[in-house]
Design a protein around this ligand. Structure first.
Ligand SMILES: Cc1cc2nc3c(=O)[nH]c(=O)nc-3n(C[C@H](O)[C@H](O)[C@H](O)COP(=O)(O)O)c2cc1C
Length: 167
């Protein structure tokens, strides 16, 4: 397939709800790395019980899943050492959301519910807002922003330990 395809290939990896599912997803992600897949799409959306629906459950998306999206992105960024491009998906509505998703390790963001509620212009608002946010943080481009919150979290315990000694 790699020889025949002309467009970048992103594999959408389903969200996980147990350690067993997580192991399965991370095996898939390692395979993606080995097989030269261009990137993975990580949705925070997940199956949730909803008695008002005929099947009794459905796929939850939108703002409510954004925390899960950030966590997934951060987990996969760490596990792959940033070697695999990640598209964050689930609950992205604003430039701040996109900024946080990229800082957690995403290379790009995708949105669906946000488009339904805000209309097509949301893409332009996100792009403009992202430039403003990066500029206010002294960040020149998204490559520099990518994974920054992961790095800062990893450094944080050392900083705290150092300040505890100083006091
Ligand atoms: C109406 C609707 C249809 C969807 N259809 C699909 C689909 O066919 N295949 C798929 O992988 N995800 C599908 N999704 C899930 C979205 O791709 C995405 O994972 C989810 O909506 C989370 O992103 P969001 O919070 O920006 O909407 C659908 C979501 C919605 C709301």
């Amino acid at each position: 397939m790699n020889e025949r395809r002309r467009k970048p290939l992103f594999v959408k990896i389903r969200n996980y709800n147990s350690d067993e599912e997580k192991d399965n997803r991370f095996e898939l992600i390692q395979l993606c790395l080995q097989l030269g897949v261009d990137g993975v799409t990580l949705p925070g959306s997940h199956i949730a019980a909803e008695p008002r629906l005929a099947p009794g459950r459905s796929n939850l998306s939108g703002k409510a899943v954004f925390g899960k999206t950030l966590q997934n992105v951060q987990d996969v960024y760490r596990a792959t050492g940033g070697r695999l491009p990640i598209k964050a998906l689930g609950g992205v509505f604003t430039a701040r959301d996109a900024f946080e998703a990229i800082a957690a390790g995403a290379s790009a963001v995708e949105l669906l519910t946000g488009l339904v509620y805000e209309g097509w212009s949301v893409a332009q608002q996100i792009n403009r807002g992202l430039l403003e946010l990066m500029s206010s943080h002294g960040i020149a481009n998204v490559v520099e922003l990518r994974g920054r919150s992961t790095l800062e979290l990893e450094r944080a315990p050392t900083t705290r330990a150092a300040s505890a000694v100083a006091h």
